[in-house]
Design a protein around this ligand. Structure first.
Ligand SMILES: [Zn+2]
Length: 249
């Protein structure tokens, strides 16, 4: 669904686990112009067809998943990247312009190290889906994609605590913060998995709260929702988390 300008959101609506995906349409030059943040599961633990649902939702908005040129992963938990390789195959085989161009994959170097050194071994039931290689690493700081009128200027925020090399994405033009698994609506990312660290998570949340955000788009939904609209609501959410979660982190 359309969120703001060319940003679309695909919140996971199933009963099992999967992440929410975010999609910037028509950013990159060439025949594969779309950018997706977190590809999610192909199939989750309850057998739901997460990737098929995502592809259909993208089509409903008038785009083709096969025209994705870049996949960004907020972090390397498999519910955020299992579909990376499958999406790459789709882009290679089916792109509209038949250019057979495989989508690139970008993430933080520490997230890739974590993935490669077995940090995510708790997810081994999905082990055979981990066959992708990143094309480049993303660092904290300004991150621009595309050129001319479709140029997208983002800010990458390194936000560890839930897992090594976790990044969040801030879009200054619309004051939109894509938080991955650091902050949810009235909740925070878990710290009990390998590589989790409560002190680091608190520091990351403090850092995120300093951004001037009108919108918050989370990596998972809670019973209270998956996004917030309005500076006061975003601020209230950070204050709620600091008051209610920080003592336990
Ligand atoms: Zn996660």
């Amino acid at each position: 669904m359309k969120l703001i300008d060319n940003l679309y959101g695909y919140p996971w609506m199933g009963t099992g686990n999967n992440c929410n995906s975010y999609f910037f349409a028509n950013v990159l030059e060439g025949n594969s112009p779309h950018v997706i943040i977190d590809s999610g599961h192909i199939t989750n633990e309850t057998g739901e067809q997460c990737l098929s649902n995502l592809i259909k939702a993208i089509e409903t908005d008038g785009f083709k998943a096969s025209d994705i040129g870049l996949i960004i992963n907020t972090h390397t938990h498999i519910d955020h990247y299992q579909a990376n390789h499958a999406l790459q195959e789709i882009t290679q085989k089916n792109s509209s312009a038949n250019t057979a161009k495989k989508a690139q994959i970008a993430l933080h170097e520490e997230a890739e190290h974590y993935r490669k050194t077995g940090g995510a071994r708790w997810l081994q039931i999905y082990g055979d889906a981990i066959n992708f290689e990143p094309d480049f690493f993303i660092k904290e700081g300004e991150f621009s994609l595309g050129k001319g009128g479709s140029k997208l200027d983002l800010q990458i925020i390194h936000a560890p605590g839930h897992g090594p090399g976790h990044i969040c994405v801030y879009w200054p033009k619309n004051k939109a913060l894509i938080t991955g698994d650091i902050v949810f609506v009235a909740s925070v990312g878990r710290t009990d998995l390998p590589g989790g660290d409560g002190d680091l998570l608190k520091q990351s949340i403090e850092k995120l709260s300093e951004f001037d955000s009108e919108y918050l788009f989370a990596g998972h939904s809670t019973e209270y929702g998956w996004m917030l609209s309005g500076k006061d609501k975003v601020e209230h959410n950070f204050n709620f988390i600091k008051a209610n979660y920080f003592p336990y982190l």
